[in-house]
Design a protein. Structure first.
Length: 202
């Protein structure tokens, strides 16, 4: 594998060619600052192994550092940053690699800002959100690799520290030009409730 392809077979079969890092940086640099906020939503319909999403996450994490005065505050902003990044790819190995790369970047920036590794609970929270936001499937048809609808999750951190999650079908969002109707399902998670409650109270 060189920097832009994994194999000639994948190029021929799937048209898979990764965008070079310099091109990624240049293209993201053309975006206006108001869409580079921590909570700005990004969806990559053919994310590959995450080159674009990784660079977007890096910029979000830099903003989180700039706007954090404590470890708890940083954790809160990092979770918000991760909640707003979505990707789909037709190759499962790409999706797995993308999740791992995004997670590794979070852990790297966490250590640089805080001075120690994150807790197991924080790790689980980040990995769980990334695992739900990155999907193996076909964006054109709106289906996963096993034929189910691709789901896009809208995340919110409640004042009680509970993480709320509304699930929408990608096909419905496309048909409605991005407008949110009634979610297909609603869930809530207590992954990191104590720390998030402290962050919201600060």
């Amino acid at each position: 594998m060189n920097g832009q392809i994994k194999s000639k077979n994948r190029v021929e079969k799937f048209g898979e060619v990764y965008t070079a890092h310099k091109q990624v940086v240049d293209m993201i640099g053309m975006l206006p600052d108001d869409v580079k906020q921590i909570t700005s939503t990004y969806f990559e319909p053919a994310c590959g192994n995450g080159n674009f999403l990784l660079e977007i996450l890096k910029q979000k994490l830099e903003r989180a550092k700039e706007n954090s005065a404590s470890e708890i505050g940083f954790m809160y902003l990092v979770i918000q940053a991760v909640m707003s990044i979505y990707g789909v790819d037709i190759q499962m190995d790409n999706v797995v690699e993308c999740v791992d790369r995004l997670y590794d970047q979070v852990e790297k920036d966490y250590y640089e800002f805080v001075g120690h590794n994150p807790s197991d609970r924080f790790r689980w929270t980040i990995y769980s959100i990334l695992g739900m936001n990155m999907t193996c499937g076909d964006s054109l048809y709106g289906t996963t690799d096993n034929g189910k609808p691709i789901m896009i999750y809208e995340w919110k951190i409640g004042k009680d520290g509970i993480i709320y999650c509304d699930g929408y079908r990608l096909s419905d969002l496309v048909a409605g030009d991005g407008e949110l109707n009634e979610p297909v399902n609603r869930k809530r998670y207590l992954w990191f409730i104590s720390a998030l409650s402290k962050a919201l109270a600060a």
